[in-house]
Design a protein around this ligand. Sequence first.
Ligand code: PLP
Length: 476
Amino acid sequence: MDPDEFRRHAHELVDWMADYLDRVSDLPVTPGMVPGDIARRLPSSPPEQGERFEQLFADFQSLVLPGMTHWNHPGWFAYFPGNNSPPSILAEMLTATLGAQCMSWATSPAATELEQVTLDWLRRMLGLPETFVGVIQDTASTATLVALLSARERASGYSAGEHGMADSGKLTVYASAQAHSSVTKGVRLAGYGLDQLRLIPVDAAFAMRPDALAHAVSADLASGFRPACVVATVGTTSSTAVDPLHSISEVCRPHGIWLHVDAAYAGTAAIVPELRHYFDGMEQADSLVLNPHKWMLVNFDCSAYYVRDRDALLRTFQLTPEYLRTEHDDKVVNYRDWGIQLGRRFRALKLWFVIRSYGVEGLRALVRKHVALARELAQWIEATPGFELVAPVPFGLVCFRYCPAGLGEAAIDEINRRLLAQVNQTRRVYLTHTELNGRYVIRLVIGQRQTEREHVQAAWRLVQEAAANLKPRAVG
Ligand code: PLP
């Protein structure tokens, strides 16, 4: 592709992108495909000769696009949102154009310093003390693994040094029974072993019980284990429960246990003063993760990881082979030493563009709108006979179920399964489910940039219509 062709196609694509964002609400939110539908239409071997871009773009539109699930759709109520926004998309275009690999200050000074400054802006927005420093990781799963590795090293007195892994045979990790699966995966990968993970019981609002945590820590100490890390969650995946950070930090402090806060989805809400109380105590944490790629209008991927003791990161991850040494190393931040990977994308640019384009007030307004809509929907549900709200609604997630009178629990699970399938079959909205207290529960998350009240009303109408059409089935 010569420079003129690149220019022409880039202009065409930008027009297409603007039209797509405008008309995404007219598309079905889910593609209605069966497995293999796309692959079977693609050639099984690559072309020997290069093809024209016109052909590639035509295939993108006819083969790829129909198989996409549209996370940008205002009818997106599934999982948690994976937002983007025009300024973030533009930043990604620049990032791709620059093609920089930002492993160290020398390989891209602006990328490193912009990441430092932007993460410090975000720290202020979250109300975290100056002692916290930030680094962008790809995902919250990686950030939690980084926290677990740092905790492991600190608890072992960094005894492994540069020579290998500390012995983690006696180290234990604690998280609530509602913690995200990335904690379990991280515990496995960090070498603690799954039998060293204690899943702490939760209260009626699905939040970790600090008394049960204290009990588990004491029992482990008495049995000769060394408690290394507690992962607390603000905004659990199933129900956005809020673990009580103050009380949890009081259990951690006397024993020097690393406290990691997983606020992957809900963390963005900490920038809103009236929601900040849900995060009280996070300043006591050793580390914290939140995903601007979930609720802060930044394209996937961008996960902000904050740590109180920068040395704990460096002592865990720093390793400098001769070929990476530069004359500035003692004066600069080399982010390759702040996590697992060596090569790093220039992710700070999109976060910087988004914060500057919307301003902190603009981002707060978005979160406020979503939370207000979620609470309004919760009121509609509570006011409708035959439906029940299953968990508190601190943020944008509403957990509910349809429970017509006279049905047993198994029949209620079964009817909710069918209800969700019917609603999603319309392909006008996309909702997902979870299990709470052993029961099937429908999750509806309001967090997409373009979702307005009318979209929530339409979704609620679809749920009610589906419920009205369903006949209970006998469940054995
Ligand atoms: N933690 C929580 C509470 C989550 O809800 C999620 C994903 O939804 C994750 C961690 C994992 O996020 P990521 O996809 O960034 O690894």
